[in-house]
Design a protein around this ligand. Structure first.
Ligand code: FES
Length: 185
């Protein structure tokens, strides 16, 4: 894998007036996490989780606010957030479609599943639909090889899926989104 240099020094941080790292989150950190961890550095992970759970991703302003709250360097928070693929550094759609691309799923038809999603939503892997409803990613093994090909639609696992079924599921989930049943998965 090639190393990618991060333009950290020249990165512009878009800011909004309202803080992302709310009073309630700070209270959660003080009451639940800081007593459990020996150092504030160790509290970076749960703080990032709180942000991602609330907003679906981790804005740079939020990383800065976490650093201020914990008394650590902003670069420590940034390095942690960029190290783990779990953290989203840009906004994603309301529902994340994760298609497993590892070997069992690939052998059992995963490329057709990915293509069906791409065509139905008119996006490429890694992109979000213009209406912010769906983001498509491919993941390595999601631990459901016995049911290959497998996908996660939000947090729901679908096994032994066909291209036709994945389109039907998207149709249904889109109706659910329009009915207000989904938010940041
Ligand atoms: S290879 Fe797809 S779930 Fe394991």
């Amino acid at each position: 894998m090639a190393w990618i240099a991060k333009p950290s020094a020249s990165t512009k941080i878009e800011r909004r007036d309202e803080p992302y790292f709310t009073e309630a989150m700070q209270a959660t950190m003080r009451d639940e996490y800081q007593p459990r961890f020996e150092t504030n550095m160790a509290c970076i992970l749960p703080a990032l989780h709180l942000i991602q759970h609330a907003y679906g991703w981790v804005p740079k302003q939020a990383m800065h606010e976490i650093a201020t709250f914990l008394g650590v360097k902003p670069s420590d928070v940034f390095d942690t957030a960029t190290f783990y693929e779990e953290y989203w550094l840009k906004p994603k759609g309301k529902v994340l479609i994760s298609v497993c691309r590892s070997i069992a799923c690939e052998f059992c038809g995963q490329p057709d599943i990915t293509n069906a999603v791409k065509q139905r939503l008119n996006i490429e892997v890694g992109e979000t639909t213009d209406d912010d409803k769906f983001t498509l990613v491919e993941l390595e093994c999601i631990g459901a090889c016995g049911g290959a090909p497998a996908i996660l639609m939000g947090e729901t696992l679908h096994e032994s899926i066909t291209p036709e079924q994945v389109v039907e599921i998207i149709d249904q989930v889109e109706k659910d989104i329009d009915a207000g049943k989904f938010d940041h998965h």
